[in-house]
Write a protein that binds this ligand. Sequence first.
Ligand code: ATP
Length: 271
Amino acid sequence: PTAMREIFLEPPKVRWSDIGGQEEVKQRLREAVEWPLAHPETFSRLGGTPRKGLLLYGPPGCSKTLTAKALATEAGLNFIAVKGPELFNMYLGESERAVREVFRKARAASPSIIFFDEIDALSASRDGGGGGGGGGGKTNVLTTLLNEMDGIEVLKGVTILAATNRPEIIDPALLRPGRLDTILYVGPPDLPAREQILQIKTGKMSISTDVDLGHLAEATEGFSGAEVVNTCDEAIHYAMRESFFIEAVCARHFEAALERAVPQITTEMRE
Ligand code: ATP
């Protein structure tokens, strides 16, 4: 029962339009998941086989979780989110039971999507690292997960979406056809994407007319989406430090926030 705290069944309500950039990822997910569900007759007439599982990979803070939520919202799927480190590092036998429980819930809530965030946790501590389950336990958890994946009938409407920052350590068995066989890179936002992210974020703020989003987009080169958003939140703090009566966040507050920002994405994390 304690394990089940990690499972959230909620309508996330993130739309594609809440995500700046990532047009190719959005389109691929529409085609692979939304279309077959929305137009099953056309899809089967053409001989399509629905995708059962997809893997999103890329550096932290670049909208993998956001994308999973948007897909659920836009395709009208119930959303079941679990974090790898919490699910896979339980004590002996607990993780297996929790994995089965996740799939049971997903089937009960179908059409649904299971989002496994940080799926690499399944591999990460196999060699004896921190996990509670320890060594051999991980293999059993993997086997359980594979069995559940193979047992799912796609047409019954359970789609699996997994995310990782470390695709290179994912067990190849997970990536075989019929499992997480569609692999999509979710990279750092380019210039137009950063401007879109800034538009989305500042659309919910009160900003002064002296704020130039095009300039901010250029100044945030190398930032993840999360870092772009965070810079805006920092700017709010700078504005409030100035006065509690201030009406809007001004260019100088964004400049101050930018000066402090240290982007975390390194070149090795990029594709
Ligand atoms: P992690 O690997 O750290 O889990 P992630 O790739 O799953 O990261 P998200 O959790 O989706 O990243 O993004 C974190 C936050 O950053 C989002 O909640 C959102 O505020 C912001 N963000 C990131 N990318 C975008 C984007 N393209 N458009 C709008 N907001 C974004």
